[in-house]
Ligand binder design. Sequence first.
Ligand code: NAD
Ligand code: ZN
Length: 410
Amino acid sequence: MDLNNVNVEEIVRQVLLSMEGKGQGAAVQPASGTASAAGGAKPVPKTARVAMLTALEHYDIKEFPIPEVGDDDILVKVEGCGICGTDAHEFKRDPFGLIPVALGHEGTGEIVRMGKNVKKDSAGKDLHIGDKVVTCMIFKDNPDITMFDLNKQNVGGADVYGLLPDDDIHLNGWFSDYIFIRGGSTVFNVSDLDLYSRILIEPCAVLIHAVERAKSTGILRFNSRVAVQGCGPIGLICIAILRTMGIQNIIAVDGEQKRLDFAKQLGASGTVNFKEFKGIEALTEGVKAAFGGYLADFAFQCTGSPAGHSNIYKFIRNGGGLCELGFFINGGDATINPHFDICSKEITTVGSWVYTLRDYATTFDFLKSAKRIGLPMEKLITHTFPLDEINEAHKTNLAMSGLKIAIINQ
Ligand SMILES: NC(=O)c1ccc[n+]([C@@H]2O[C@H](COP(=O)([O-])OP(=O)(O)OC[C@H]3O[C@@H](n4cnc5c(N)ncnc54)[C@H](O)[C@@H]3O)[C@@H](O)[C@H]2O)c1
Ligand SMILES: [Zn+2]
């Protein structure tokens, strides 16, 4: 290499970039350049890399300027983000017509800049540079609001990250190396959780909500026999929450032996592989045998299969309860016999859809409790990819060969 032709500025830039773990093409913003940058804050580059879904089944890594951090804003260096079923729908079909869009809502990272007015998170906890945070798709103004209400009110805007139409800032999704959190957004300080736990917060909140719905029936109790049908991430997290609550008698039902084996690690006392039974009567006997000769007091339906919905009533005793949470989107109609399945058995049924803000706070406590009692929650994240390989990550997710797939930044 002819050193005389090498621009010194370029060398400095590259050295600084390598310290930041960045690729080529970004220049470094001085630490004193933005609000609250003093106190040993790390330098941030002038630009951020954002994975934009630009076509069906295709992300491009784009580079955008990092805006000046206003008095109420927070700039977060992203550490990682889980891939959700909703991302998979967007990737395959763009049902909401959002392309080009910055996705990723199960993300977490470290505050590297914040405005002078930012003092507390949405739960009243202090916020400092260096703290680890997550955002939430629910507005803090109303802790009881659910996504159902958001849809009804057609509210959106800066508060929701990774699922709304893009704007001219672009740093709107957690599939990126920096995210720009506007003043007034819902944000939580979760520095006391490890990276994988933080990535699992959003899906865990779905199950905290479902268990709260289940408790509202008055049937789910400390010593209940509980059947959990479906051992994808949703059913598995359900089992871990029940176990953390002290429920001991949990039977997991699925057709994938590997998932059933993992269900045991997360707290199931027994498993039933439906593929080993022919017909619903035989399967019901299998579930009964797993409970030592009893039907379930309560059941959680965690598959998106209409047949799964039809079957689950048979596993529940007279006077028992059911929480149906397997249909985040329309999965078609299911056939049941209203007389035998609900009426004469006096089954109490609740539905559950996403979560409220209060469920978020409970979720943080759950993740700490799960760790304390030794449940290997981190094993739910079976595959990790760097941001550059986000297309492969999504394809792995669609192939359903793992459980939770996550983007982890270097
Ligand atoms: N209520 C909500 O807010 C909410 C939120 C997220 C996801 N969901 C829904 O929860 C469902 C599960 O999510 P996931 O990520 O765990 O999905 P997943 O596809 O990874 O897991 C589903 C599991 O169910 C098993 N299964 C399928 N049919 C079955 C049957 N008849 N009997 C027993 N097991 C059967 C599959 O083998 C699989 O392991 C999805 O349909 C999703 O839409 C709901
Ligand atoms: Zn999600």
